[in-house]
Design a protein around this ligand. Structure first.
Ligand code: ADP
Length: 626
């Protein structure tokens, strides 16, 4: 067993660089997982946090369900292989591999066994007496791997281990590492910026950009169902063609107009058209994505002219221009010599394979949506959507922010990947009817209808499904996978239980002033109509304003703010935060409170930049409960 779990992991470097944001991932035992993304996206930082070479700013890291945030690197039972293999030049291959075990005072007989065994696995048995300078790059990298193998770690961490090798050797070592993973049957976490390495090696791939996970899935699923424009264009070579277009629907036919010439359009087949996530995109400008291998040159389709022909031996890449578009459209097909430069051709799009993206959010708007999002009404004990309901457990009810939203328009949301056909203990059970099924290589997407709801319920299933059009079924979603949001998409639920901000406070009125004391806080308010003595008070989540010291203002890049009445300030020390959209939920420690208190502040303030601050109690900031 060697499972690795990251929960809400953040890394903020000194100086405020947010290298990793809210990283959530469960890596299964024996899985080969690849972190991929452009330079600077936070891959190495994440790996180094798992290795224990970098502290975790906030969040939790578990290896085999044991929290290891504060466990030293050497005690985490992991081995790391770097890009520069850093072998000791004066030692032989054998000594290099044995060195770590010797330091740990392992029995010499066992060291010998482990080194010889690793050398056998890596096929470097005849190199054991050589020094590193007498080895090729590939052989050195194998020794570096050997040094990790002899430690028999629970988890292997590999940070761009092949980037110092030439192209041919890289391809060879890629296969060798994949084989090694199978032989060792251990969890591998592999960092690379190379999409081919990611696609060919990973069981699953984590695509990252600017410190945020973009999507996690198997290589095939990422390729076939990219969640956004970044993933769509990052994976695949040549990359996906992205064509600005205008969506229109006439007589039930959905079409995309690709340029200003009205005749030049492509038509969506009916089942594809049904996968448009929201009809509001009709009559709007959107981005159409199509991979080069999904365009055929034939006798029908868009009229174009060949600009460039690249013969790659086994295949041909053609760049063609269509009227009204500046950028070439790239087409990939079987090798053929039949096309000539400037030849007039027809570009036939395989419309089943087309992707559509929202030009503003860049999210995919056709196929598997990011989440199922049903209009609902939040009641004290449940959320009602159409003729369905989600009854809150006691702990779920405590994750909903102060119920100002009752009766307001809200949405019940869950990811298509989090739906199940197998009954669950908590959460929701929905009676649903299959409308249609979209089958891909390793997955099926099922579009279902539930009572009283216009939108589809979309299920993303990992394997082929026996569900058929018109079939009735029950769909289950776990409580922990359901969130409530407002119309703007901000969360109304927190991942943490929200305890009411309650504490006992002493009240004393003298003349025109009322003194309120709790913990070390001594506050003064205009005279209140309250008996002297101790009362239970509740501080409202959204009735406080954070106030910062000069140093914190600098860290936040803000100017001096208006001055606040010092007699109404309480000192706060941050415990954590949760970005909810336009608001940030901050969890803070206050003097006089047994547990943390929760407040909603503007999202542009992060407690990671200024963990200590004061909170100004606005008018009506607290109520006396008794
Ligand atoms: P990647 O491995 O994807 O190339 P890194 O994890 O190395 O990315 O870096 C992520 C971000 O964190 C980058 O903006 C980088 O400049 C920054 N960063 C990395 N290491 C440090 C450090 N020690 N101090 C400050 N910033 C750092």
């Amino acid at each position: 067993m060697s499972k690795v779990t990251l929960r809400h992991v953040y890394k903020v470097y000194e100086g405020g660089v947010r290298a990793v944001n809210d990283f959530n991932l469960e890596i299964a035992d024996k899985e080969f997982i690849v972190f991929v993304g452009p330079s600077g996206c936070g891959k190495s930082t994440t790996l180094r946090m798992i290795a224990g070479l970098e502290t975790i700013t906030s969040g939790q890291l578990f290896i085999d369900d044991v929290k290891v945030n504060d466990v030293e690197s050497k005690d985490r039972d992991i081995a790391m292989v770097f890009q520069n293999y850093a072998l000791y030049p004066h030692m032989t291959v054998y000594q290099n591999m044995a060195f770590g075990l010797k330091l740990k005072k392992t029995d010499p007989k066992e060291i010998d066994e482990r080194v010889k065994n690793a050398a056998k696995i890596l096929e470097i048995e005849d190199l054991l007496s050589r020094k590193p300078k007498a080895l090729s790059g590939g052989q050195r990298q194998r020794v570096a791997l050997g040094r990790a193998i002899v430690r028999e770690p629970k988890v292997f961490l590999l940070d761009e281990p092949l980037s110092n090798l030439d192209a041919k050797l890289r391809v060879q070592m890629r296969t060798e590492i994949t084989k090694l993973h199978k032989r060792l049957a251990t969890t591998f976490i592999y960092v690379t910026h190379d999409q081919t390495e990611a696609m060919t090696m990973g069981d699953r791939i984590v695509v990252m950009k600017q410190g945020f996970i973009q999507q996690v899935d198997t290589p095939v699923n990422l390729y076939e169902h990219p969640a956004n424009l970044f993933v769509a264009t990052f994976l695949g070579s040549p990359q996906m063609n992205i064509l600005p277009c205008h969506l229109e629907e006439k007589d039930g036919q959905l079409s995309a107009y690709l340029n200003n010439v009205k005749e030049e359009r492509v038509n969506f087949p009916p089942l594809k058209a049904k996968q448009l996530s929201d009809r509001c995109y009709i009559n709007q400008d959107v981005l159409l994505g199509i991979r080069p291998e999904h365009i055929k040159l034939g006798t029908k389709g868009l009229k174009g002219q060949i600009e460039v022909i690249e013969q790659l031996g086994d295949e041909t890449i053609i760049h063609a221009k269509i009227a009204g578009k500046d950028d070439d459209i790239v087409i990939k097909g079987a090798a053929t010599g039949k096309y000539k430069l400037k030849q007039e051709v027809f570009l036939d799009f395989e419309m089943e394979q087309v992707h559509l993206f929202d030009p503003k959010t860049t999210g995919s708007i056709m196929g598997i949506p990011k989440e199922n999002r049903f209009p609902c009404q939040i009641l004290p004990t449940k959320a009602v959507f159409g003729k369905n309901e989600f009854v809150f457990s006691a702990s779920y009810a405590k994750r909903i922010f102060e119920r100002k939203n009752e009766g307001e328009k809200a949405y019940l949301c869950f990811a298509p990947q989090k739906t199940s056909l197998i009954p669950l203990n908590d959460g929701i059970k929905l009676k649903a009817k299959v409308d249609f099924v979209d089958k891909k290589t390793d997955s099926s997407t099922v579009f279902l209808k539930i009572e009283g709801i216009e939108q589809y319920l979309v299920m993303a299933l990992e394997a082929e499904t026996s569900l058929k059009e018109g079939q009735e079924t029950e769909v289950y979603v776990k409580e922990e996978d359901i969130s409530l949001k407002n119309e703007e998409g901000d969360f109304l639920t927190s991942r943490e239980i929200i305890l009411p901000n309650q504490t006992k406070a002493a009240f004393k009125t003298e003349g025109e002033k009322t003194f309120v004391t709790f913990g070390k806080n001594k506050l003064v308010f205009p005279k209140m109509d309250v008996k002297d003595g101790e009362h239970l008070i509740l501080i409202h989540e959204d009735k406080v304003t954070p106030v910062f010291s000069k140093k914190s203002l600098k860290a936040l890049g803000r100017k001096q703010q208006v001055s606040f009445d010092k007699k109404r300030l309480i000192k706060a020390s941050a415990y954590d935060e949760e970005q909810l959209g336009k608001k940030n939920a901050i969890f803070v420690q206050l003097s006089g409170f047994d547990s943390y208190a929760t407040f909603l502040v503007d999202a542009d303030f992060s407690v990671y930049k200024a963990p200590k601050f004061s909170l100004y109690l606005e008018d009506g900031a607290f109520s006396i409960i008794k």
